[in-house]
Ligand binder design. Structure first.
Ligand SMILES: [Zn+2]
Length: 94
C-alpha cells in the first residue's frame, strides 16, 4: 500500500517537473494550437475524411468537385464512374 503511495507521489513530481520544463521552453509552447481551418471532405471510394487542402480533386461536369485521399482511390472512382455510377453510389452507404 505504501509502495503505491510513493509511486504516485514520484509520478506526480515527475509530472510537475516535466510541465514546468515544457513551459520554460518559450512562448511557442504556450501558444494556443492553430485553429484548424481545413474543411473535411469525404473520399467516396474508401469513406475516409481528409482535409480539403490535402485531398486530390476530380472535376466532372454536372457533379462538381469530388475529393480523394489517394491517387488509388481517385483511379478507382474514375474507373467505376466511367461505367455504372449507381454502383459507386451504393458503396457509400454504410
Ligand atoms: Zn480513399
Amino acid at each position: 500500500m505504501l509502495r503505491w503511495l510513493i509511486i504516485i507521489i514520484v509520478l506526480f513530481l515527475v509530472y510537475r517537473f516535466v510541465r514546468r520544463h515544457w513551459s520554460l521552453k518559450g512562448p511557442a509552447a504556450q501558444k494556443p494550437p492553430n485553429q484548424i481551418q481545413d474543411e473535411m471532405v469525404q473520399d467516396p471510394v474508401c469513406g475516409t475524411y481528409i482535409p480539403k487542402r490535402m485531398a486530390l480533386t476530380v472535376n466532372r461536369p454536372g457533379e462538381g468537385q469530388t475529393f480523394f485521399c489517394s491517387p488509388a482511390c481517385r483511379d478507382t472512382f474514375l474507373a467505376e464512374g466511367a461505367g455504372d455510377r449507381h454502383q459507386a453510389k451504393a458503396k457509400e452507404q454504410p
